[in-house]
Write a protein that binds this ligand. Structure first.
Ligand SMILES: [Ca+2]
Length: 317
């Protein structure tokens, strides 16, 4: 590629300039009779250093432009072949064109990424809150057949999993029109969905005193009419960073309370698959029964204690 040729040329020039400077510096230390005064040689070295600095800047800009061109080409190729879009910053394409190695972004870029992912998580949970109300209103799941719908699992809302059947019978049907993005219905072995740097996991209350059930692959399509009464009124979902400090900082909560809440997670810091929120993490320990989602939000500003000890506040943007 022409850009790569330019890059090689710039590198060669930079190396040659560096070698010349070293030679000049050596001669500056041992002036020969009749040579230019030391001050003049030092001034020449300074000028050369400036020139070298400009060459290095040009080299860096060439690399940036090359990377942009490869990413644009990658996008074009994927559009032509119908392949899924490359991950952000990846820019890798199969075939003769190879991507430049990923460069470490400056801190500001990392911060922007975290901000974008956190905003995405808040938006996703707000959309989930709306979707849950629609899912319930349409009684897509009504395990006890009383005409009042129950809240859904992510897999049901996304139209990925079979819905729980009426009267506890396994339901073979899937949602004909998904209520949330399908990616949220794709779960790992622990029932976690992943989207834009965040894990998501949903809880529904169990019968009586509970405790609440976390979404798993196991209960796709199965349900219990005994759980229905509580599942008509309560649900909870957490979002936390896949890589704290890299893909996101804050953790988020949404539930039947209708709002999205956030925590900086300074006391209990959630971390990918190793430290995950419990059902009552954001709920007030004062009850009546946070373990089965029967509690308000443990807002520190209201003098309440949350299940995980973190300070939870209404989420901004
Ligand atoms: Ca019902």
């Amino acid at each position: 590629m022409p850009r790569i040729a330019l890059t090689v040329l710039a590198s060669s020039l930079a190396l040659a300039a560096g070698a010349w400077i070293l030679a000049s510096a050596g001669s500056a230390q041992e002036p020969r009779p009749g040579s230019a005064p030391a001050e003049e040689r030092l001034a020449r070295i300074e000028r050369s250093l400036e020139s070298l600095s400009r060459a290095v800047e040009g080299l860096a800009e060439d690399m940036r432009q090359t990377r942009r061109q490869v990413e644009e080409l990658s996008t074009l190729l994927r559009g032509l072949t119908g392949a899924p879009p490359a991950p952000p910053g990846g820019g890798v394409v199969e075939g003769p064109v190879r991507a430049a190695p990923a460069l470490e972004g400056p801190p500001s870029r990392s911060s922007r990424k975290i901000g974008t992912n956190e905003s995405s998580a808040i938006g996703t949970l707000r959309a989930l809150t709306t979707a849950q109300e629609q899912f319930k209103q349409q009684a897509v799941v009504d395990q006890d057949g009383n005409g009042t719908g129950e809240y859904g699992w992510l897999g049901e809302l996304a139209g990925i999993d079979p819905t729980r059947g009426t009267g506890g019978v396994a339901g073979p049907k899937m949602s004909t029109s998904p209520f949330i993005a399908s990616i949220l219905g794709v779960k790992d072995s622990e029932g976690r969905a992943q989207k834009s740097g965040y894990y998501y996991r949903l809880f529904l209350p169990a019968a009586g005193a509970g405790p609440a059930k976390a979404e798993t692959q196991a209960h796709a399509g199965t349900g219990s009419s005994a759980d229905a009464d509580n599942q008509e009124v309560r649900w909870a979902c957490y979002a936390w960073p896949v890589k704290p400090g890299v893909s996101g900082n804050r953790a988020f909560f949404a539930g039947h309370q209708g709002e999205v809440y956030a925590t900086a997670a300074t006391k209990t810091r959630y971390d990918g698959i190793s430290i995950v929120p419990a059902a009552d993490a954001a709920l007030e320990m004062q009850g009546p029964n946070p373990k089965n989602l029967d509690a308000g939000i443990g807002l520190a500003a209201a003098g309440l204690t949350s299940g995980d000890g973190n300070v939870w506040v209404p989420a901004g943007n």
